[in-house]
Design a protein around this ligand. Structure first.
Ligand code: ADP
Length: 371
């Protein structure tokens, strides 16, 4: 099979009309970088963020035009914008409709979706997500990891920068995810260069996320861990609402400020009736590599106290540890590469608690009062 070229893609897209049926996608300069991986093609279309929903048919038309090129198996097109949203205020139009029930359309073959979230960035959410996923896999479960943090995807780095596989010839339909440590992993970071200046807003994030959920060959999974974008804005709220989650895990550091953010995270999930499975305290204390003693730099224990106050399970505390950082930044997550380490044991214990609560259905669901 001959190599698909960017020129072929651009030729096909020059046949697709732009917004308001004026010009075509190429002459109007709306096509972002095109990524060709074997028989898979991915690219973005730059649109006015406020028109993302309305322009969905244009996205579908672009997808169809490229999928008709000989040799192309799978096409992923995301609507995106280069313009930077100003401090959250202008995301109001992306707010989910009030009172709308969470989506119930589960992903075929995937038993549970669990979100890992944090009120703010930098608390170690992604590191926690990958190690919990590995902990679940260590229980013998079939696990997938979806990096929904399209603002700053970190899964590629955490799993050692693999590239998307060529399309499986037996699977004509869906995009094959990466397999890392026996888990299926998907991230926007596999599709675009790390320093691509793409700023997403609510509807576009959902468009990318829905495609990663529905157009990827996840196969049979016991559980999929979703690494959410940090924060509790409207985009995250919409995501929590439109993804059929079994539950959510909140990662926090012990500092007060972070706990305030954690509380916001909790409220976000409560608002859309997603059960919160518990809180993980990350960077809980510093484990000195020389003297092996504990140093409670951030005043350890805040998350546990907070969890008790909020009547939520406390899932565990992960120390601030040099090996965790080095391994996570080197793409060698500790649970996979040092499974007997005591910190790996902490992650595995957290994973076991999560599995028990989603499978055992011991999670407190919103009460139904019969009158
Ligand atoms: P987030 O997803 O919340 O932005 P990351 O998981 O990317 O955070 O972690 C941010 C940084 O902190 C990374 O360099 C990571 O290696 C480091 N880190 C996360 N958890 C720990 C930990 N328990 N001990 C040491 N470093 C950690």
């Amino acid at each position: 099979m001959s190599q698909i070229t960017k020129q072929q893609i651009m030729d096909a897209l020059s046949q697709v009309k732009g917004p308001d049926l004026e010009g075509d996608l190429v002459s109007r300069g709306l096509v972002t970088e095109v990524v060709i991986t074997g028989s898979n093609v991915m690219f973005g279309l730059l649109v006015d963020p406020d028109r993302a929903k309305e322009l969905e048919p244009m996205r579908v038309a672009a997808e169809r035009a490229v999928s008709e090129i000989e040799g192309v198996d799978k096409v992923m097109v995301a609507l995106t914008a280069e313009q930077k949203p100003s401090n959250g205020a202008d995301t109001a139009s992306d707010a989910p409709e009030q009172g709308k029930a969470p989506a119930s359309g589960a992903i075929p073959g995937v038993k549970h979706l669990v979100a890992v979230a944090s009120g703010k960035g930098g608390v170690g959410k992604s590191t926690t997500a990958i190690n919990i996923a590995l902990g679940l896999a260590a229980l013998g479960l079939k696990v997938g990891v979806l990096d929904a943090d399209v603002y700053g995807p970190s899964m590629p780095r955490l799993v050692g920068q693999p590239t998307l596989p060529d399309q499986d010839p037996h699977s004509q339909e869906k995009l094959q995810p990466v397999t890392a440590f026996d888990m299926k992993v998907m991230s926007m970071g596999f599709m675009v260069e790390e320093d691509t200046p793409m700023i997403w807003r609510g509807p576009m994030v959902m468009s990318a996320l829905q495609q990663m959920l529905n157009d990827v060959e996840w196969g049979e999974l016991d559980v999929m861990i979703i690494d959410m974008p940090p924060g509790t804005g409207d985009a995250q709220l919409t995501m929590a609402q439109q993804t059929p989650l079994s539950g959510a895990v909140i990662v926090s550091t012990p500092q007060d400020l972070s706990l305030i953010d954690a509380r916001k995270g909790l409220n976000m999930f409560l608002k859309v009736s997603v059960p919160v499975l518990g809180i993980v305290e990350n960077m809980s204390y510093f484990k000195c590599p020389n003297c092996n003693s504990r140093h409670e730099i951030f005043g350890h224990g805040g998350a546990k106290a907070e969890a008790e106050k909020l009547e939520l399970p406390f899932l565990g505390e992960v120390p601030l540890d040099m090996e965790v950082r080095q391994r996570s930044d080197a793409g060698e997550p500790i649970v996979a590469f040092d499974p007997d380490n005591e910190i790996s044991a902490v992650y595995k214990d957290i994973a076991a608690k999560i599995w028990a609560s989603i499978e055992g259905d011991k999670v407190q669901k919103p009460k139904i009062v019969m009158e």
